[in-house]
Design a protein. Structure first.
Length: 212
């Protein structure tokens, strides 16, 4: 398991998963059963609810960040996108991430470990911090938000991940972080186990995971 230094936090329950792909990610097809999980009414072992939404926002708000509007948790964005029929298949890794996040209600980050550099750490971002989160060059302000950092700076969080370290068709391994909270006992572990099981079912069997 990759080493991540996690700063003390009264609410954070971090699910950490590392997967090595048997081929380049662009060559791993999302099977029909996986694409079906991207629907709001898909049968799943976890079910999002209002309490989960409230507690996730409380987690992200702890450092002073405001998780509302365009800065809402990624899991809430997925619910809206699925409800509007806009949650499309991207690749097996991202589809699994999106399915687990959609149904568990927990935001999840995915980072290409070939693009990230050591050391890795998780802490609340300082003032006047931001990064580009898409190919169009749009930025997100990160002040007060729990974030993953690598050797080059901030690169992922429960709202929008950095464009710099996102997975792509050439990716061969990825680190996933489930931004869970101790206010929802057992949910992070359950989401992590389901996540790992879906990867294995999709043929990605080199998987390690733990709750921090």
């Amino acid at each position: 398991m990759m080493h991540i230094e996690v700063a003390e936090h009264p609410l954070l329950e971090l699910g950490v998963l590392h997967a090595t792909f048997p081929a380049r990610l662009g060559e791993i097809e999302s099977p029909p059963w996986l694409r079906e999980l991207l629907a709001l009414d898909a049968e799943a072992p976890l079910e999002r609810d209002e309490e989960c939404r409230v507690q996730v926002r409380k987690l992200l708000r702890h450092g002073g960040y405001k998780p509302t509007g365009r800065g809402k948790p990624a899991s809430e964005y997925l619910v809206r996108a699925a409800g509007e029929g806009e949650l499309d298949s991207i690749n097996a890794s991202v589809d699994i991430c999106n399915a687990v996040s959609l149904h568990s209600g927990l935001p999840i980050s995915v980072v290409d470990t070939g693009l990230a550099t050591a050391p890795l750490s998780v802490a609340i971002a300082g003032e006047n911090t931001s990064y580009v989160f898409n190919a169009s060059g749009q930025e997100i302000r990160l002040d007060g938000l729990l974030c993953l950092s690598d050797g080059e700076g901030l690169c992922a969080n429960g709202v929008k991940d950095s464009q710099r370290t996102k997975t792509n068709d050439a990716s061969r391994e990825a680190l996933s972080l489930i931004w869970g909270t101790s206010a929802l006992p057992g949910r992070t572990a359950a989401a992590l186990e389901w996540y790992a099981g879906l990867l294995v079912k999709a043929g990605i069997t080199d998987v390690e995971f733990e709750v921090r």
